[in-house]
Design a protein around this ligand. Structure first.
Ligand SMILES: Nc1nc2c(ncn2[C@@H]2O[C@H](COP(=O)(O)OP(=O)(O)OP(=O)(O)O)[C@@H](O)[C@H]2O)c(=O)[nH]1
Length: 202
């Protein structure tokens, strides 16, 4: 079993730091939600290191950081929060939602239950944003994307692409179906698009 050696920073510790970013790059915070085992850690690690690492310990909580140029030339300092798939108490979830600028909600196409969780997670995020006046009053456009992962496992598919697309449309989110195992570019693209819709740049 290979384990990631990436440095991760506990959420509370990072929040207390002055997280202003060096140079002129923008700091951009993304929280990644979804049930256990859907591939959240693989997704985050793929973006941060470009590598796919097969197995991880179940996530407790970590924040990954990466400076990245969103094409054509927006230097962005990403902070990505990897969350545990198991149920957390609501106040912890709410804190994380308030922390983030944008959201990725992941399910696995091989796990219908993880797909069934998506509306609840989406509503939790949306409600928290709209009820949290002060910080988010200028953020009516908080981007939320839905990602169906593991589409390399076509024989084990339980959720069709069109079901994913339909749900995302109903919930007003962008949608991507991907394989973290097989793709690097699609994941970078998702992170780029999140930033673009957050800053409303073309
Ligand atoms: N075939 C395939 N397996 C994947 C893919 N993405 C992740 N996996 C595997 O799915 C399992 C779970 O991946 P994780 O990244 O740990 O999932 P997680 O959502 O972070 O899980 P928790 O930390 O428990 O919440 C691991 O065995 C990964 O190797 C993919 O695109 N294709």
């Amino acid at each position: 079993t290979q384990r990631t050696t990436m440095q991760s920073t506990p959420f509370r510790r990072l929040r207390k730091q002055n997280s202003s970013v060096s140079g002129r790059s923008h700091r951009f915070r993304v929280a990644v939600f979804g049930q256990a085992g859907v591939g959240k850690t693989a997704f985050n690690v793929r973006f941060v290191t470009k590598r796919f690492i097969g197995e991880y310990d179940p996530t407790l909580e970590s924040i990954y950081q990466r400076a990245y140029i969103v094409p054509p030339n927006y230097p962005v300092f990403y902070e990505i929060m990897d969350t545990p798939g198991q149920e957390e108490n609501n106040s912890v979830m709410l804190e994380k939602i308030k922390w983030a600028d944008a959201f990725v909600i992941v399910y696995s196409i091989t796990d219908r239950q993880s797909f069934a969780e998506i509306p609840r997670l989406k509503f939790l995020v949306s409600h928290t944003i709209s009820n949290n006046g002060q910080k988010y009053c200028t953020k009516s456009n908080t981007p939320i994307v839905i990602v169906g992962n593991k589409n390399d496992l076509s024989r084990d598919r339980m959720v069709s692409r069109s079901e994913g697309e339909k749900l995302a449309l109903e919930l007003g989110c962008s949608f991507y179906e991907i394989s973290v195992r097989e793709s690097i570019d699609e994941i970078a693209f998702i992170f780029e698009q999140l930033y673009r819709s957050f800053r409303q740049v073309e």
